[in-house]
Design a protein around this ligand. Structure first.
Ligand SMILES: Nc1ncnc2c1ncn2[C@@H]1O[C@H](COP(=O)(O)OP(=O)(O)OP(=O)(O)O)[C@@H](O)[C@H]1O
Length: 731
């Protein structure tokens, strides 16, 4: 899709307040807020004098979750000794008051060797993710049919080929076009995997039927014929761009689309509507607003209402707004005949890549006697009971998971990125929270020299200290991974302007450098980012549907793509859960973390290291260098601590049904701290430094409430254990 399509911001309309929101997927802060609201509602609806242990615990957890991470008292600078070349890394090293625990001892060693034995050795010359031998693409343009074969007007077909380089329909377009062009004008539920071209599947029939209107009707002022609803501004903008690309030809140039997404003055949207619009695209809130308040908006001739990304519309709490929009459209619609080419009634179309219960609920309320349109390739499943049918990923998408002990997470991520950036890849990394995105951005982009400059600046008090973490720069060179690569970050706390710029730069085809986008789930759904080679789920998703949407950013429209998900050893059961809920063809990374670390920390561009100790040394040196940078930079340390506590908080928001897999009590906080390049869990560090036994200050400190990130994490872990015990009637 064209670069301009990536304008955008991720702020959707405000979800309506009184709807039942779904407690899965999306931003962890939203889920946490929602959880609290639900608890508050539940608490107020039960007895006001509920002093049961569960109620008391729940209230305590809520108040603790709001406790801000305290500022750790400044830590004495610790000189870190360089790693010994004689593999002394296997032993813990003591620096002043902290032990630097080795990466490759204990649990991690055990895990490394057990996985190594469990699998055949991978071919040394083989790429880490060999997508060549995957199944045939299931979302690619078909070789057996043409657009003429699905009844598309020849002029529109040549426009697609010449201007958009689209020569044949995909599977879902093959199913949808005949049904929506010449069918009985029934409502339709379009369900197809990510990147399969659902947008064109509903837009092409609409454009073709408008093009065939009688000549007297072919003008922007002849009426509003289609309303398209999408959950976010950037998705609306994407659809708007595709519609404009389609109508940018002699046949359809008169068709005018209009985008109402907020972020722009309502007055200018109104004036565009007043000039005449044939296709109106918008986010639910803004559309409902115009429908209610913009008098010139005439809905009487609307013949199509499309609800795109139905699952996300529901997840974001738009059910009530959509019901309102649909009932307005029903009440104001006339059955005035518009010519042979047009449907004789209003046709509602619902699109979704997943078919979970909320989407089924939306289909029941929005569609009547609907056709169910899905890829003809899924005909083998035709007899499958629709109630138990599972959503699936594109067949050619190579899906892997890797079980990685917490201490090795950071170096393993660095290794995956290093080894794939060499091949000029475009990679997306999904993380659980914005603070973690910020930390990894800093960790990968920082140069040692920068830290030294910061240090000098601090020492010279006359100079103003500059904190590179405070500004909103969202792109830099990934110095610590590959000096030719760029690293970008994207999350909801960045300004809209920064996010827009980030996306358009990340997608720029003018730039041929390898690149990484570190992001939260803000980028998981609907975004059509061109040619992504690899999706890394560094933190597990918050719902199995999110898993599909995240990996769906690669392997689009028949392209190859790979995805890898990192799991902690105690999270392996998540694979069974995924397999139970969705159709996934996921296998374990051969040789586990060893293969990843070996290829990531082999000599750049050369063969993999021959001895295990060689890559272990390099990985250890990489980690220690970052740890030393953090010790030397209070700013960077603050970023790491914040990321650590936000990670733990986000972890606590996994669905209660998944809590036996993502169990807070299984988190080893010290090792998790290591994955944020902290030598100890932050609270422990501050406690060590504040140990002033026998002094008055020490006694005062003892009394003071410990609000350090690790203390909060430990309390949450304790609370989670209590809740777990209550829920499972343990103890
Ligand atoms: N027939 C086709 N041939 C080649 N490319 C196509 C075809 N149809 C669509 N595409 C391209 O495929 C990409 C994905 O299309 P689209 O965004 O509509 O997918 P989607 O099914 O809506 O995915 P998601 O569910 O992730 O939103 C776009 O870049 C689009 O231009």
């Amino acid at each position: 899709m064209a670069e301009e399509s990536l304008l955008l911001n991720f702020v959707a309309d405000e979800p309506s307040s009184s709807v039942n929101r779904v407690n899965s997927g999306g931003r962890w802060k939203d889920r946490m807020k929602e959880k609290k609201n639900q608890k508050r509602k539940a608490a107020s609806s039960t007895s006001a004098k509920d002093h049961s242990p569960a109620a008391t615990n729940s209230r305590k957890v809520q108040s603790r979750e709001n406790v801000p991470a305290s500022n750790e008292s400044k830590r004495r600078k610790t000189a870190a000794s360089p790693v010994s070349k004689q593999h002394s890394v296997a032993k813990p090293v003591k620096h002043d008051n902290t032990f630097v625990s080795s990466l490759f001892t204990g649990d991690s060693k055990e895990h490394l060797s057990s996985t190594t034995n469990a699998h055949d050795t991978e071919d040394e010359n083989q790429s880490m993710f060999d997508t060549q031998n995957q199944d045939a693409p299931s979302n690619a343009p078909l070789s057996t049919t043409t657009f003429a074969g699905v009844q598309l007007d020849s002029q529109l077909a040549s426009h697609l080929e010449e201007k958009m380089n689209i020569t044949a329909p995909t599977n879902i377009q093959n199913s949808c076009l005949p049904a929506l062009l010449n069918g009985e004008d029934k409502d339709a539920f379009i369900e197809a995997e990510t990147g399969s071209g659902k947008t064109l599947a509903y837009l092409l029939p609409i454009i073709q039927r408008l093009v065939r209107l009688p000549p007297t009707k072919r003008s922007r002022t002849s009426g509003l014929f289609a309303v398209i609803v999408a959950p976010t501004r950037e998705l609306c903008q994407q659809i708007y761009n595709v519609a404009n690309n389609l109508t940018n030809n002699r046949l359809a140039h008169w068709i005018v689309s209009c985008n109402v997404i907020g972020g722009e003055k309502k007055k200018s949207e109104k004036s565009r509507i007043r000039k005449g619009v044939n296709i109106l695209i918008g986010t639910p809130g803004r559309l409902a607003d115009h429908i209610e308040n913009t008098e010139v908006l005439d809905l009487s001739q609307v013949r199509w209402v499309v609800l795109d990304e139905g699952d996300r519309l529901m997840d974001m709490g738009f059910e009530e707004t959509i019901t309102k929009i649909l009932s307005y459209l029903d009440s104001q619609n006339s059955l005035y005949p518009l010519g042979d080419s047009m449907p004789s009634r209003k046709v509602n179309v619902l699109c979704s890549a997943t078919i979970k219960d909320t989407v089924k609920r939306l289909s029941q309320s929005a569609l009547k006697d609907a056709m169910y349109l899905r890829s003809s390739s899924s005909s083998a499943d035709e007899n499958e009971d629709q109630k138990i049918r599972k959503s699936s990923a594109p067949a050619q998408l190579l899906q892997r998971y890797c079980v990685i002990p917490p201490k090795l997470r950071l170096v393993s991520l660095a290794a995956v990125l290093r080894s794939n950036l060499i091949n000029n890849q475009k990679i997306i990394v999904f993380l659980s929270c914005a603070d973690s995105v910020n930390f990894h951005f800093e960790a990968f982009r920082r140069k040692k020299a920068e830290i030294e400059v910061e240090q000098e600046e601090r020492e010279d008090e006359s100079k103003k200290t500059t904190s590179s973490t405070g500004n909103e720069e969202a792109v830099d060179t990934a110095y610590r991974l590959n000096e030719k690569a760029k690293v970008y970050r994207l999350h909801g706390s960045l300004s809209q302007q920064t996010r827009t710029k980030t996306l358009s730069q990340f997608c720029s085809e003018k730039d041929s450098s390898p690149r990484i986008l570190l992001c939260t789930d803000v980028a998981s759904r609907g975004l059509d980012l061109p040619n992504i080679d690899l999706v890394v789920q560094y933190d597990a998703p918050f719902s199995t549907d999110d898993y599909l949407h995240r990996i769906g950013r690669t392997a689009r429209a028949g392209h190859n793509g790979a995805a890898i998900m990192f799991l902690l050893p105690k999270e392996v059961e998540y694979i069974d859960l995924l397999r139970a809920n969705i159709k996934v063809n996921i296998t374990e990374q051969p040789n586990g973390p060893s293969s990843i670390l070996n290829s990531g920390f082999s000599v750049r561009g050369g063969p993999p290291a021959k001895s295990e100790l060689e890559w272990q040394d390099r990985a250890t040196e990489w980690q220690l260098e970052l740890e030393r940078m953090i010790l030397d930079s209070p700013e960077l340390k603050e970023v790491a601590k914040k990321a650590f506590s936000s990670y733990v908080r986000a972890y606590a928001t996994h669905l209660s049904s998944e809590r036996s897999i993502f169990n807070m009590r299984d988190l080893h906080l010290g090792h998790i701290a290591k994955s944020f390049a902290l030598r100890e869990a932050p609270g422990k560090m501050s406690n060590n430094n504040n140990k002033q036994k026998g002094t008055v200050a020490g006694a005062r400190l003892k009394k003071k409430k410990d609000n350090s990130p690790a203390a909060i994490a430990a309390k949450m872990q304790q609370k989670a254990m209590e809740h777990y015990s209550i829920e499972h009637n343990i103890g």
